[in-house]
Design a protein around this ligand. Structure first.
Ligand code: NAD
Length: 247
């Protein structure tokens, strides 16, 4: 298990914090070189430093996932630095708590840009490198609220995460013949800054396992799907939600 990502290069977006940080640490601990990408530069650089201090390989890159130009620059810099790019983890995303009546057109467009269009831009920018790697794997972090309607709030987030689910399957079909696998992961309530300040007890009570999940628990699934252990898995959607969507 310890060398699952030997000779592999991974780009992880939103890797300064939460789930993305856990994925970056796990892939690096198992031999992979990791590009830690985020807009929180100090935190992101700290994650890369943590990996290097532990004997791993990592570099931090500023990447606003809503910027096509920054995507192309980051993919080019990854190949320059580490020689290839075989694993893409599209994890960055932003949530919002609003009801549909309170969601302005501007807010809707911003959430779609960062949470949905970013995944399209990432697929496009990394396409040639993923195909050339011979072991391409993409994991797109959606949400359980990309599958079910949740609390009836956060319409832009729900729409974006539903689109990430469909785009993952669409690209999996397109790239199957090139040996690039694409899957989506759908977390439930996970203890990160994205979860906000609301009552954990309430969310735990709504969850069959009766607790909030951890970033590491989601990262375990993402790492599995990115590794050769998942070599026949593509176009799949995987919940890691303590049973929420089973109800
Ligand atoms: P988090 O806040 O810890 O991490 C999100 C990271 O994305 C942050 O480091 C942030 O700086 C980065 N980011 C935001 N906008 C960006 C941009 N434009 N470009 C690049 N990076 C940007 O939260 P998290 O829970 O680890 O979120 C990771 C993913 O998991 C998100 O897509 C989120 O929607 C999804 N998710 C989280 C939960 C949960 O309960 N925490 C549930 C379902 C899905």
């Amino acid at each position: 298990m310890k060398d699952r990502f030997e000779n592999r290069v991974a780009l992880v977006t939103g890797a300064a914090s939460g789930i993305g940080r856990s994925v970056a640490l796990q892939i690096a601990a198992e031999g992979g070189a990791v590009v830690v990408a985020d807009i929180q530069d100090d935190l992101g650089a700290g994650v890369a430093r943590e990996i290097i201090d532990a004997g791993g390989r990592a570099v931090y890159r500023h990447l606003d996932v809503a910027s096509e130009a920054e995507w192309h620059a980051t993919v080019a810099a990854t190949v320059d630095e580490f020689g290839s790019l075989g694993i893409l983890i599209n994890n960055a995303g932003i949530a919002h708590p609003d009801l549909i009546e309170d969601t302005t057109h501007e807010l809707y467009a911003r959430v779609i840009a960062v949470t949905q269009t970013s995944v399209f831009l990432g697929h496009r920018a990394a396409s040639a490198s993923l195909k050339a790697s011979g072991h391409g794997a993409v994991v797109n972090v959606s949400s359980m609220f990309g599958i079910v309607g949740g609390f009836g709030s956060a319409p832009a987030y729900a729409a974006a995460k539903g689109a990430v689910r469909a785009l993952s399957k669409n690209t999996a079909v397109a790239w199957g013949g090139d040996g690039v696998r694409v899957n989506s992961v759908h977390p439930g309530f996970i203890e990160t800054p994205t979860l906000g300040a609301g009552s954990r007890e309430r969310l735990a009570a709504l969850t069959p396992l009766r607790r909030i999940g951890t970033a590491d628990e989601v990262a375990e699934l993402i790492s599995f799907l990115a590794s050769d252990q998942a070599s026949y898995i593509t176009g799949g959607e995987f919940v890691v939600d303590g049973g929420y969507t089973a109800q």
